[in-house]
Design a protein. Sequence first.
Length: 447
Amino acid sequence: MMPDLIEQATQQTVISVAELNRLARTAVERNVPLLWVAGEISNFKRYDSGHCYFTLKDESAQVDAVMFRHKAQHLDWAPENGLQVEVRATATVYEARGKFQLIVDAMRRAGLGALYAAFEKLKAKLEKEGLFDPALKRELPLFPRAVGVVTSPQAAALRDVITALRRRMPGISVIIYPTPVQGEGAGAKIADAIALAGTRAECDVLIVCRGGGSIEDLWAYNEEVVARAIRACPVPVVSGVGHETDFTIADFAADVRAPTPTAAAELVSPDGVKLKRDVALYGQQLSRVFARSIEDRMQRLDFLSRRLTHPGERIRNQVIHLQHLGSRLRGAWGRGTDEQLWQLRDAGQRLRAAAPDPGALLQQQQELARRLRGAVREHMTAATERVTGIRAHLLHLNPQRVLERGYSITETVDGEIIRDSAQLTESQDLKVTLGKGWAGVRVRRTD
């Protein structure tokens, strides 16, 4: 498309300013890729819309830049004039003013690129060594007696941790291992504090924490010495460095990573309120189990006591039972004899009723023969009358009878019946059928 636009422009005598700017924008966007540009911020202004406009300059040149709100809202620091920054941007031309500018996609303070590269390099190295292997991660104790905290005594993160521990489990001892959390040599001092906590063995779990900040502020926790100290510590280590979006090498080396220092305190301490509630619930359940067990045993005792009877009472009951059984036996014997007698009488009556009577059977046979002869006669009479009626009807319809009364049938030699003189022609031979016999005739005239 680009060569076509340029060829079209060169073939025209005159092009408009809008067309020229459009050609320039197309040429720039097609040929300049997305890239990082370093420079100093000047003329910075953030509008109410959230869009940021500024100039990026160095010793010999400058370029206008814009960072729209949906990109600027992800910055965790405030850009200002005079700062050295690196921006990831797309070069373009603002057609309305014909102004060359950068559309900024991301911005970081100068030098952060080297820090990120160092972070990724160290992370890859330690990961290759197996320092972050999930198999090395240790379980946190369910009910620690003492919790160690490696941080600065002046840090707000320490107050958050202590507050969370006192709220959840006031009985847990807190041992602080003070150390600087940023600045020159902070990484080595943090590693020394972790090693000291492991040597003293005063706590069951160790929290390494500090509040949020920039990547430079958190860099002490990205040093190799801290990562190795965490893995060498004999007690489980929880990393609670920065905010939820901050990740450091210490997070990967620790047994558990918490998004914040407060979350780290919650991970290492049981919830006292919940424990009390659970203990009360289990106590109630245990009481109910004991109560049901006692009630079951009381019922069983009552049942067994009812089964305990005096031997004399048992003998009397058995004698009464035997007498009852004898009475039932005699009654059953008598009822059985009576029932058999009744069955015998009933069978005799049924046998007598089923015996044949020859006289009655002979009389019944004679009656059936008489009825059969009568039915045959009636049937023959009805059939004769029906045949007679049909014969009379057929005789009435017989055309021969019509001819016998003086009528005749005239037809051509082909057998066609003549019903109209229009069917005839002169000298035509015809056949006339009479009541008796037939005659051949020839037509002499028709009318």
